[in-house]
Design a protein around this ligand. Structure first.
Ligand SMILES: Cc1cc2nc3c(=O)[nH]c(=O)nc-3n(C[C@H](O)[C@H](O)[C@H](O)COP(=O)(O)O)c2cc1C
Length: 377
């Protein structure tokens, strides 16, 4: 498969001109917003081309989960499209689903820049964005306008976080506001209590704090939409046990494992170019290749503890079909990628899906659902 991204774009962006990663990120979202915009004429022209390039449609990759149809198991992870700018473009890029957000009750600017760093030698990203977003009401307005003309053909998740200005003690009401605002527009919802970049947020993973949030949201969940919780890779096993217990108590649809890590072990990059500081001293969450193994371990653990009864969305360091296969056979029903997609580019999606089909054939399995948790059997 020809891959102009890896041939031309990545060398230029990652090793040639040194454009600010956040600037590039926003220009990518502008492009996606344009590509997804409705209407006929010249604007509609790239769409069939994009579909041909990036979509790989095969019944063996399709699954039904939570009553939703996923044409393939690979989704876009939260954080790339916080304000839903590209909401209508993600299906064109071959993703089986996309998660928008994290969105908070109040609009907020996030942390001071620079706050997004590439660690190219490690195939990793370090970020301390701090939930920069336009707020739940703005996202609801945008999706209301988009969905009025065209509901996307893939499931859309919405990831909810706590506003920085809201006290931890008032977190449940903060999440509830966003949940109510966005309820009509999401196919599933995620309680994000695992970002390292909002002070105190990860303490909400503790059972006594998370329980009331989940109870509050489920009380509002009148149509029984799937509600998931996203956890950090840095939790100790007993803490993960406590979240699993809550997931069962509050009838959650699944868990997303994992968010970025605060660990800095085994990195080749010592110093951040932009700041001149040692990576170990820079605040933020690390994603990409260095997270791969730990997130897979967490998936294994959750699958084992739940006997495979709780769907897991596996995320962390997925670049290739082999990475994806490891997470599926560890127990992930669905997958997400963020950093891998930045490094590998948009042809990563069909390449990875093609590789999953090869794995199915090699293991004489008839569909991807049969591979979920395979390493436990
Ligand atoms: C720049 C950046 C911003 C992110 N923002 C969010 C976010 O707002 N909410 C969230 O739940 N996860 C966020 N994440 C975490 C990703 O969704 C994902 O869990 C993590 O990056 C691991 O996957 P990856 O190795 O494929 O990137 C962010 C990741 C990156 C790199």
């Amino acid at each position: 498969m020809k891959d102009p991204y890896r041939q031309f774009v990545r060398p230029l962006l990652f090793h040639g001109v040194t454009l600010d990663p956040e600037f590039l990120h926003h220009r990518t979202l502008d492009l996606l917003a344009w590509l997804g915009s409705s209407g006929d004429g010249p604007l509609a022209q790239p769409r069939p081309w994009l579909r041909r390039q990036f979509s790989l449609s095969d019944d063996r990759l399709a699954q039904t989960c939570w009553g939703l149809t996923f044409a393939n198991p690979l989704g876009l992870a939260a954080g790339f499209d916080k304000d839903g700018a590209g909401a209508r473009a993600w299906p064109l890029l071959g993703f089986g689903f996309a998660e928008l957000g994290t969105v908070t009750r109040y609009p907020q600017p996030g942390n001071p820049q620079p706050r997004l760093f590439r660690l190219v030698k490690d195939e990793a990203v370090l970020n301390r964005m701090g939930f920069n977003n336009r707020g739940a009401a703005a996202l609801a307005e945008r999706l209301g306008a988009y969905w009025a003309t065209h509901r996307p053909p893939i499931p859309i998740g919405i990831n909810l976080g706590k506003s920085k200005v809201t006290d931890l003690a008032d977190a449940a009401a903060d999440y509830r506001f966003s949940f109510q605002q966005l309820y009509p527009y999401g196919d599933y919802f995620v309680v994000n209590v695992s970002s390292p970049n909002t002070p105190g947020l990860r303490s909400l993973q503790a059972a006594d704090q998370l329980g009331p949030i989940l109870a509050t949201l489920q009380a509002e969940n009148h149509d029984g939409k799937p509600l998931l919780v996203k956890i950090a890779p840095d939790l100790a096993w007993p803490d993960i046990d406590a979240v699993i217990e809550l997931a069962q108590t509050y009838n959650l649809a699944g868990m997303i494992a994992t968010n970025t890590t605060i660990a800095r072990t085994g990195l080749k990059t010592q110093t951040l170019l932009q700041t001149g500081n040692p990576v170990a001293e820079e605040a933020g969450g690390l994603s990409g290749a260095p997270l791969r193994q730990r997130s897979t371990e967490v998936i294994h653990y959750i699958y084992r503890r739940t006997g495979g009864t709780l769907p897991i969305v596996g995320v962390g360091g997925i670049f290739t079909a082999a990475d994806a296969w490891d997470k599926i056979t560890a127990g992930a029903t669905l997958l997400q990628t963020y950093t891998g997609w930045i490094y590998e580019g948009p042809w990563m999606v069909p390449r990875l899906l093609e590789g999953l089909l090869t794995q199915l054939e090699a293991h004489q399995l008839s569909c991807i659902a049969d591979a979920v948790g395979l390493s436990h059997r």
